[in-house]
Design a binder for this molecule. Structure first.
Ligand code: NAP
Ligand code: MG
Length: 401
């Protein structure tokens, strides 16, 4: 069988720990035998980020801008403990995902992979719920401080024109904590555009929620900007029979729980961070959550939502064949290959990606699963725990059939 040819490279970003091991296994077992893979490789392993002073991350993000499609393995974001574990680190490097997100100014869309044998905790959810998380600003770019005596805190904006605006944040009678957060109109507009574009691309309704009854100016701006941007997409939404609907976040959480699923829920940065963990857990396993970063100008970066699965990596180093779930990482690859195929008009590559996804689902539907899933299956379904390599081999059998 001749391999499927590609014309433009995919930006391939390797990562750390157990997911780095899976990355290689997935490529060797499920991709390289079938696709003449063209990729521009960036090694985002922690020690290489350290050796390049994180330039490799910036280069990878710029390459995604250039080529339009990237696929990323999970990476370690160093903390104090990692500084001890890797004494050669010269700095507590920032999260690569944060760096890439700020260069692409994108929105992160997370969608669970669902199978009949695993029912969501919320019984009425029949279809996946996609969380669209704004990936810029708010508490993630906030400054904060602790003060220790009575006093007053003000907030001043100094315009380049010389104009100033000052607000009293609060007068306090004792020690207090403070936080200054911001967002940019441009970023909120990009967020809105990415959400409307993705809703149209995937033919799903879009919900958006904030707390604009309390944060009247801050969250109110999000609501208004979404309304303004929607006018550019309204006709397309109507043509496809799709709905855009804004509601208060309190109302949204209640409606999401009562819903049947099958829509996109756009959330501000913090809401999206927390809600995506809740939604993915309710659907089953973090290892089944896919993630794609979409830039308003079009480039896309595909990854798994989970981390580097450190505990499994230490077992792997001791020689154990771990039962780590590769599903979300495989779907990152299929998402990237499919997108590349669409952009370059390579129907064979699109078809291959779809067949590989179908083979993954068929394997799970046979009851062949990794350890994280076996305990979640409904009574009446069979489930056998296999290790990661056995799981990949079972997928390969389906793919070849
Ligand atoms: P994690 O790697 O997602 O793992 C947390 C736990 O979830 C694991 O110990 C495992 O539970 C389960 N799990 C996650 N993915 C799994 C999979 N594919 N198969 C089976 N079980 C899976 O999160 P973490 O331990 O908090 O973080 C580890 C490292 O990843 C950190 O250094 C963090 O900075 C990094 N991280 C990277 C990204 C990213 O690059 N996108 C995202 C999050 C975290 P059991 O141990 O119970 O089996
Ligand atoms: Mg989170």
């Amino acid at each position: 069988m001749s391999k499927i040819q590609m014309t433009t490279p995919i930006v391939e970003m390797d990562g750390d720990e157990m997911t780095r091991i899976l990355w290689k296994m997935i490529k060797e077992t499920l991709i390289l035998p079938y696709v003449d893979l063209k990729s521009e490789y960036y090694d985002l392993a922690l020690l290489n980020r350290n050796a390049t002073e994180d330039q490799v991350t910036v280069d990878a993000a710029n390459a995604i801008k250039k080529y339009g499609v990237g696929v990323k393995c999970a990476t370690i974001t160093p903390n104090k403990q990692r500084m001890v574990e890797y004494p050669q680190l010269t700095k507590m490097w920032k999260s690569p995902n944060g760096t890439i997100r700020s260069i692409l100014d994108g929105t992160v869309f997370r969608t669970p992979i669902i199978i009949p044998a695993i029912r969501p905790v919320v019984r009425n959810w029949e279809r996946p719920i996609t969380i669209a998380r704004h990936a810029y600003g708010d508490v993630y770019k906030a400054v904060d401080m602790y003060t220790h005596e009575p006093g007053e805190c003000t907030m001043t904006f100094k315009g380049e024109s010389g104009a100033e605006q000052t607000l009293v944040v609060q007068k306090v009678d004792g020690p207090a904590v403070w936080q200054g957060a911001h967002n940019k109109e441009k970023s909120i507009r990009s967020f809105a555009k990415s959400c409307f574009t993705y809703a149209i691309a995937t033919k799903q309704d879009l919900w958006f929620s904030t707390k604009d009854t309390i944060a009247k100016v801050y969250d109110g701006a999000f609501k208004t900007i979404f309304e303004e941007e929607f006018e550019n997409y309204r006709a397309k939404f109507e043509e496809l029979g799709l709905t855009y609907f804004y509601t208060l976040i309190d109302d949204a959480v209640a409606r999401v729980i009562r819903s049947k699923g099958g829509f996109i829920w756009a959330c501000k940065n913090y809401d999206g961070d927390v809600m995506s963990d809740m939604v993915s857990t309710a659907f089953g396993s973090l290892a089944m959550m896919t993630s794609v970063l979409i830039s308003p100008d079009g480039p896309m970066e595909f990854e798994a939502a989970h981390g580097t699965v450190t505990k499994h990596y230490y077992r792997h180093l001791k020689g154990e064949a771990t039962s780590t779930n590769p599903m979300a990482t495989i779907f990152a690859w299929t998402g990237a290959l499919k997108k590349r195929g669409e952009l370059d008009n390579l129907p064979e590559l699109v078809k291959f990606s779809e067949k590989l996804e179908a083979a993954c689902l068929a394997t799970l539907n046979d009851g062949i699963m990794t350890g994280d899933l076996v305990n979640l299956v409904e009574p009446g379904f069979k489930a056998t725990k296999v290790n990661s390599q056995e799981f990949l081999e079972a997928i390969k059998k389906h793919l070849e059939a």
